[in-house]
Every structure is written in structure tokens, then in C-alpha cells.
Design a protein around this ligand. Structure first.
Ligand code: ZN
Ligand code: ZN
Length: 633
């Protein structure tokens, strides 16, 4: 390491006759001018003046200059480093400014390089320096350098700083070293809320639910950040029921009030569960607590209502929103589409344009989706063209997918294939699934088979892909094909995910697994299932057994397994547990099968109920013997 007197790398401004130093008001006026700068060119001119007058050797002026270069939007980190190089003994705060600039500019490695350079020049780091370099290390996930920095922190006496300690915990957590994070945590004399929360976030980040849970219960002082971390963890890992439970205990504990972040997380859980009752309660809660409905939250509400099949609620939120932003429009257009109101979705898109709102990529995905659901081929083609020609937006996989969907739903298989051949990216599973869905409807076995194999190629782990291909073979009575697919699945060890549906009654969600009618009210459930079967038979309904994988051979068995699909169990339970006329809302983890779809259509007519089923791909609003999806899903 060189001494402090060693020559810096670049030009040194020799202190000579200095007009500015003689005239402090000139120094001041240069800094005032800098304050007014908006462009890099202007700043560079002031920089030149400062060099000419040697003002740049003044640490304060050099600091201000590098601050402009490193932190303002019209800056240049290259110029900031020039300022640094021009100083014989640059103070640490200038290093810090530029390190921070590199973090903002997402070039964290350069922050670390600067730190190294400061050490070479024997400039001692301060509190801020460690904040920045530890952050850089966290971004880079550099455990080795992180450990070295940790030892510098201890050696230079910064180990007791709560702020630096929390940065260390965060760094260790992000690189997956929770034991080390825990050591730092345990060793610190004062464990503040931030330290506890950093540990909690670390466990959540590393997906360690067990330790997260334990640690959370050990916490003496839990604030809204702690609760939010646990709720977000459950939502992100798909454990929505657990997230709701934590939210309930948060309210019961009275430790703190839920804030906007809590509400957005819980809304997402409610949306996934399709739990409209909870959603409505949450909406009222937001109003009562005076939480501002910004673009994000209002869009989340619109999304929740439409995904729970309550489109009136979504429209209400949308219309009440005063200054509608693009996300609000997108959420409402998507909501109309997913509830089977394609024409309303397209009309809303035109209103959006008329309101001089600039549509983005998502807006076009929404409107193209509406076109494909509504079978509006010409409109869809026109929007797709306009997207690039009028708005300069580049279509991505989703947009191409919508168009392929649009063509195949309309039975225009040549155009769909041409689209797939001509697109700049490799088609994904969603696209093949869309094509296969249409092949099933149009009984296009040849293309269905071809698409089926491409689909399995694109998502070899997904059980549903094999089922789709097997169904195509089964419809064509090609049992050899069915067996081939089944064998392929077994050979590859692809596991069948059990169908699972839930229905919410009076705020309690009841779950049903396919083929398993074990529930509290078991006898009534069986009786209802029998009654449903009988009334379906009377209505002239015949079970479509072609869509059952050949793991069950005999027709009778196939039929009984069909009548125990999870959505049917949930509906049976809903029918016995609610008063006549009540809408039933069911959420299913897989796609609803063809047989259940036709059965539910009839059930909605027989029992005079609206039945809303959200499966893994879309919404089905069954009413009076029809489904909003128009039998495409
Ligand atoms: Zn089914
Ligand atoms: Zn449907």
C-alpha cells in the first residue's frame, strides 16, 4: 500500500495564482451557478472554470462538483471520477458520493473498486462508506468480499453502529448465510426493531418458513414491518390461508395497524383464494382506515373483484377513482374480459384512447385478449398492427400468444400456424395450450397431436400437458396414443397433481380434494352428489368419459371418478349449505375438465344458481345453462 504522499493517478492541479481564492465571492458564484445547472454541458463549463481558478482543490467545491456529476440525473460518473483524480488527498466524503452514484447507476462493482482505491491512497473509510460498500456487496452477492468488509468494520471500530450491523445482517442473509447473520445479530449489544426485522426478512428471503415462524414468535417488539414480512412470505409462497390467518392475529394482537403494504399483500391472497367476502370486508376496512386508493391499490381492488367474479364491484371501484391511471384502465379491461364481457372490454379500450390515455404493452395484451375471447378476428389484427405503427410498442410473447389464440379459437389454424412460424421468439407452453384447446373444440386431431408434442417439449414437467394430449387422442378414440402418452408420463416420473377446489361460505373456506368426499357433513354431501347425478341424468346428460386418463379402465369406475372431481364436491357442498338462489364461488387449482364444464352448465340451470368457478386458466360464470367462457378455455 502506498503512503498518503504518493502521486494520484491523474493530473494534479497545481495551486498557482488563484483568482477565486483571493475572491471568495467568485467561488460562491460558481457554486450558485452549479446549483442552477440542468445539463451536463453547463456543469462541465463550471468545472472548467473551477479548474482554471484552482477552486477545484477546495474540498467543499470539489464535493459539490462531484455530487452534481454522481447523483443528478444529467450527471456523468466518469466526470465525477475525474474530479476525484484531480485531488491530491481527496476527502472520504467525495469517495462516498461517487460510491453512492455507482449504486444508483447499478454498477456496484465500481463502488467496491473505489473503496479499494481509497484504501490504497490511505484514506480512512467512515460510517457512510461502509453503508455503501456493504450495499454494493449485497447487490453483487459477494460473500468473500463481504467477509473482508466485515473484518474492516470490526478492525476500524464501527462494529457497534446499529446501522452498519443491520447492513451486515442483510448482506449475510442475501448471500444465504443465515448462521452468520444470526451471529452478527446475537453479538450486537442493542437489538433494535430494524435488526429484528432484518433477520426476519433474511429468513423470508431464504424461504426458511420454520425459522421465520420461530423468530417471529421470539420477537418482543413487533411492528408493522415485521407483520408485513411474514404475511408477504406466505403470499409469495402461495400459502394464502396462512397469510389470512397471520393478518387476523395481527388485528387481534393490537400491536400495530395494518398499512398499505399489508392491505396490498392481503388483497393478493384474497384474490387467489377467490374469497369475495374477505375482499369486501377489506375494501370497507381500507375506506374506514382512510388508506389512500392510489393507482396500485385501486387496481388491486378492481382485480380482486373481477377475479372473484363480482364485476359490479370492480366497475364501482373503477368509476369512483378520480384520476384514473393506465393500470386502472388495464385492470378494468382485463376484468371485463375474464368475466366474459369482451365487447365491454373493447369499448373501454376505445374510451381509454378517447380520454387521451396512452396505452402500454399491458393495455394491448388486455384488449387483444378481449378480441380473442370475443372472436373478433379483424379487430384483433388491427390492434396488433396499431400497437407498433401508432404507439411504437414491441409485441412480446404474450401479444403473439393472444393472436395465436384469436386465430385458433376462430378455427383459422393456417393463420395461427403462420403466426407461430413467423414470430421472433420460441413459442411457449401457453401458446401451445391455446392451440390445443381450439383443436379439441374443432376436433382437429392432426394439428392437436403436433401441438401436443411441442407443448410437452416446452413444459415436460407439467402434468396438465400430458393430459391435454391424451384427451386429444381419447376424443379420436386412438387408445394406442393414449397409452403412449401415459407411458411417457410414467417413464419421466411426471406426477399427477390432485385436483383441489375450495368454496367460501360465511368467511370460512372449505377445501375438497378429487375423489375424497371426506368432510364434516359427509352424509349430506354424498346424498347431494347422488341427487346431482340423478338430476343430471334426468336432464339427459351423459358423462363424457373420454377425458379421463386411462388409469381407470372400466366405464362405471370412470364415471364415479368423474362425479367426484373436486369442483363437483365443492358445488355439492355449496348446494346443501346455502339457501336457494345464493351464488356459489369455487376456486380450482387445475383447469376444469370438459365433463365438469358441461355438468356445471346444466347444474346452474337445474338448481337455478349462478356458479362461478375460477380454474387455473380463467373464470367461468355458469348461469342458466351457459358459461361466460363460451366453452373456450
Ligand atoms: Zn372435472
Ligand atoms: Zn366456462
Amino acid at each position: 500500500m502506498s503512503s498518503a504522499t504518493s502521486e494520484p493517478l491523474s493530473i494534479i492541479i497545481q495551486p498557482k495564482i488563484t483568482t477565486a481564492k483571493k475572491h471568495p465571492h467568485l467561488q460562491k458564484s460558481n457554486l450558485c451557478l452549479l446549483h442552477l445547472c440542468n445539463h451536463l454541458r453547463e456543469a462541465q463549463q463550471i468545472h472548467a472554470l473551477m479548474i482554471k481558478s484552482s477552486q477545484i482543490t477546495d474540498p467543499y467545491s470539489a464535493g459539490r462538483m462531484s455530487e452534481f456529476y454522481a447523483l443528478s440525473t444529467s450527471g456523468s460518473l466518469h466526470d465525477a471520477e475525474k474530479v476525484l483524480e484531480s485531488l491530491r488527498q481527496p476527502p472520504i466524503f467525495i469517495y462516498n458520493i461517487i460510491m453512492r452514484g455507482h449504486l444508483i447507476n447499478r454498477t456496484p462493482l465500481n463502488s467496491l473498486k473505489l473503496y479499494h482505491q481509497s484504501l490504497v491512497n490511505s484514506i480512512y473509510p467512515d460510517h457512510f462508506t461502509f453503508t455503501f460498500v456493504l450495499k454494493a456487496c449485497t447487490h453483487l452477492r459477494e460473500l468473500g468480499i463481504g467477509r473482508q468488509l466485515h473484518s474492516h468494520v470490526v478492525k476500524l471500530g464501527f462494529g457497534s453502529s446499529a446501522h452498519i450491523r443491520n447492513k451486515l445482517i442483510h448482506m449475510y442473509a442475501v448471500v444465504g448465510r443465515m448462521e452468520d447473520a444470526h451471529k452478527v445479530f446475537e453479538k450486537s449489544s442493542v437489538q433494535d426493531a430494524v435488526a429484528w426485522n432484518s433477520m426476519l426478512e433474511g429468513y423470508a428471503f431464504n424461504g426458511d418458513g420454520g425459522s421465520l415462524h420461530q423468530f417471529f414468535h421470539r420477537m418482543k417488539q413487533r411492528d408493522v414491518v415485521s407483520w408485513n414480512t411474514v404475511i408477504a412470505f406466505f403470499v409469495e409462497t402461495g400459502k394464502y390461508e396462512e397469510a389470512m390467518a397471520v393478518f387476523r392475529s395481527m388485528q387481534e394482537s393490537r400491536e400495530c395497524f395494518p398499512n398499505r403494504i399489508t392491505v396490498v399483500s392481503i388483497l393478493s391472497a384474497v384474490t387467489h383464494l377467490g374469497a369475495l367476502g374477505h375482499g369486501k370486508w377489506l375494501h370497507a376496512y381500507i375506506a374506514r382506515r382512510g388508506i389512500e386508493l392510489d393507482e396500485n391499490l385501486s387496481s388491486a381492488l378492481i382485480n380482486m373483484y373481477s377475479k372473484c367474479g363480482f364485476i359490479e364491484g370492480a366497475v364501482h371501484v373503477f368509476e369512483a377513482k378520480q384520476w384514473k391511471k393506465v393500470d386502472n384502465w388495464n385492470a378494468m379491461i382485463a376484468g371485463f374480459t375474464s368475466n366474459g364481457h369482451s365487447l365491454k372490454a373493447i369499448k373501454l379500450f376505445s374510451e381509454m384512447l378517447a380520454a387521451r390515455m396512452n396505452p402500454n404493452e399491458i393495455s394491448f395484451a388486455c384488449v387483444l385478449n378481449a378480441c380473442s375471447h370475443g372472436g373478433l378476428v379483424e379487430e384483433g389484427k388491427e390492434y396488433f398492427r396499431k400497437m407498433t405503427s401508432s404507439y411504437g410498442l414491441k409485441p412480446d410473447m404474450g401479444h403473439y400468444g393472444c393472436l395465436v389464440d384469436l386465430f385458433s379459437r376462430a378455427g383459422l389454424f393456417d393463420e395461427a400456424e403462420k403466426m407461430i412460424e413467423g414470430m421472433p421468439m420460441k413459442p411457449d407452453a401457453v401458446m401451445w395450450k391455446a392451440l390445443m384447446g381450439a383443436c379439441r373444440i374443432y376436433r382437429n386431431f392432426e394439428l392437436g397431436e403436433k401441438a401436443g408434442y411441442r407443448l410437452i417439449e416446452a413444459a415436460p414437467e407439467d402434468h396438465a400437458c400430458y393430459v391435454l394430449l391424451s384427451n386429444i387422442y381419447a376424443m379420436n378414440h386412438d387408445w394406442h396414443g393414449v397409452h403412449t402418452v401415459r407411458k411417457m408420463m410414467l417413464d419421466r416420473g411426471v406426477r399427477k397433481v390432485p385436483g383441489c377446489s375450495s368454496i367460501e361460505l360465511d368467511g370460512v373456506s372449505h377445501e375438497f380434494i378429487a375423489g375424497n368426499a371426506s368432510h364434516g357433513s359427509k352424509r349430506e354431501l354424498y346424498e347431494m352428489l347422488e341427487e346431482m347425478k340423478e338430476s343430471l341424468r334426468v336432464a339427459g346428460y351423459e358423462p363424457d368419459t373420454t377425458q379421463v386418463l386411462l388409469d381407470i379402465e372400466e366405464e362405471e369406475l370412470k364415471e364415479s371418478s368423474l362425479s367426484q372431481h373436486s369442483e363437483k364436491l365443492a358445488i355439492a357442498f355449496g348446494l346443501v349449505s346455502t339457501s336457494p338462489g345464493t351464488t356459489l364461488r369455487v376456486v380450482k387449482n387445475l383447469r376444469v375438465c370438459g365433463d365438469c364444464h358441461s355438468a356445471i352448465k346444466l347444474l346452474s340451470k337445474i338448481y337455478g344458481r349462478d356458479i362461478i368457478v375460477r380454474d387455473s386458466s380463467r373464470f367461468h360464470c355458469f348461469s342458466r345453462g351457459f358459461c361466460s367462457c363460451g366453452d373456450y378455455w
